[in-house]
Design a protein around this ligand. Structure first.
Ligand SMILES: Cc1ncc(COP(=O)(O)O)c(C=O)c1O
Length: 426
């Protein structure tokens, strides 16, 4: 894979702002930002790769429609919703511009953005096995993969993943529905209800004493060389990345339908909660390939876990994690509680990320409460991060005539007690 890693300077922790080290909210405008048209041609992925991912999603429409009652079209997509003027003004300020919500918190089947990558990677594996084992023939409807013969063949295979919870659920739901065995590796302090939800669908949950990164590493080595299993690598999987990237086509269609102008005089700022970076990174790749620099992608991280900011600021010559600058990676935004960013993502889209904004947990809870009161969005704390980032970003960068899209990334399936607890902390 060609990335700019080879030519990057040695990591310099000095380039990380003091406010980041002190876990204070920070807006970091990326000094390494490069024009998309200049940077993207040197990268391993092109528009053709994202179009191929989109085509694969569409081949699976008949199967997904057959398997899931809430998928009338077979598409796993969410609405693009406008926020009313008073709420948009409260978020972006009186001259801040319109605010829209890309409502992946309510994504069908899994209620979180991680389905875009996790479900997709299971489908890639199922397609490959289906073709190898003669379960699928060219021209067949992929609905055949729901038949008993396919389920029986898939049952001899395991899909494994390391996850903070939502990726595991996305992979788990899809893989269990097709008949695969599923093993999810999680850190000991991952949310108990997220572990239970996995057990309830028949997944094996393996708990690790360390953090999310060590759970991923342990799972990766446990499954190395297994021919009867597939490991979904949240830190470095190309399939995950391209599955997320295909979301750009959904947004492009919805922007067209809503008549939202996106051109150099009317930039679109997209706010993306960032954990290891796969979901926001894939979406950024897709959007930059489709729209170039008329789109500005702003990543949002908790003050205790700003792994992408730290990696991009320090440079790409070696992985740098948040522990190295004295942070503890403890945040209520469990989906974003990641100490070290994906190097695949940092290398492939790092120079396309406009800014990284870090936000305090207290703000996340306040936005969860605010957005439940009106317009009634049911968000988990991670998914509210984008709302907390708009004003700081505007204060730092002030793009004129911008429209804002906040990507809400999870929450619809939050158990009631968890949600009430988040509201009470708001
Ligand atoms: C709700 C939610 N939002 C955002 C993310 C961030 O995705 P990524 O870890 O790919 O950056 C996650 C990750 O699990 C998540 O669960």
């Amino acid at each position: 894979m060609s990335t700019d890693a080879d030519t990057s300077p040695a990591p310099s922790l000095d380039a990380i702002p003091a406010s980041v080290r002190e876990a204070r909210p920070t807006t970091w405008l990326n000094p390494h930002l490069r024009p998309a048209a200049e940077f993207l041609p040197s990268q391993a992925f092109s528009l053709a790769d994202v179009e191929a991912a989109e085509a694969r999603w569409r081949r699976f429409d008949p199967l997904l429609r057959h398997l899931f009652d809430d998928l009338a079209t077979g598409r796993i997509d969410s609405p693009l919703m406008p926020l009313s003027d008073p709420i948009a003004q409260a978020i972006a300020g009186p001259t801040g511009g319109a605010v829209w919500v890309k409502a992946d918190h309510d994504l069908p089947v899994t209620g979180c953005i991680k389905a875009r990558g996790g479900v997709y990677e299971v489908l890639v594996y199922a397609e490959r096995l289906g073709l190898e084992k003669g379960l699928l023939w060219p021209g067949d409807s992929y609905a055949r993969l729901a038949e008993a013969e396919a389920r029986e063949a898939f049952g001899a295979h395991t899909v494994a993943v390391g996850s903070t919870g939502n990726l595991g659920f996305s992979v788990g739901v899809m893989a269990r529905t097709l008949g695969f065995a599923v093993e999810v590796h999680m850190s000991h302090d991952a949310k108990a209800w997220k572990k239970q939800r996995l057990r309830d669908i028949g997944a094996r949950v393996v708990e690790h004493r360390g953090d999310y990164g060590s759970a991923v590493a342990a799972a990766r080595s446990a499954f190395e060389g297994r021919t009867d299993a597939h490991f979904v690598d949240d830190e470095s999987s190309v399939d995950l990345f391209l599955g997320y990237a295909a979301a750009a086509f959904d947004l492009q269609r919805q922007l067209d339908e809503a008549g939202i102008r996106v051109d150099p005089a009317h930039p679109l700022c997209v706010y993306l909660p960032c954990g290891v970076g796969g979901a926001p990174g894939g979406v950024t790749l897709g959007l930059k390939l489709l729209f170039g620099d008329t789109i500005r992608c702003i990543f949002v991280e908790p003050v205790a876990s700003p792994c992408m900011l730290v990696q991009l600021a320090a440079g790409l010559s070696r992985p740098v994690d948040v522990y190295e600058i004295g942070l503890d990676n403890r945040t209520a935004a469990d989906g974003l509680a990641v100490a070290g960013a994906s190097m695949l993502v940092a290398g492939t889209v790092g120079p396309l990320i406009e800014a990284v904004v870090t936000v305090a947990d207290t703000d996340l809870f306040a936005w969860v409460k605010r957005l439940w009161a009106d317009p009634g969005l049911r968000l988990e704390p991670s998914a509210a991060a984008g709302f907390a980032a708009i004003r700081p970003y505007l204060d730092a960068a002030a793009p004129a005539r911008a429209t804002h899209v906040v990507w809400t990334t999870g929450g619809a399936l939050l158990p009631e007690a968890e949600f009430q607890d988040a509201l009470a902390r708001g």
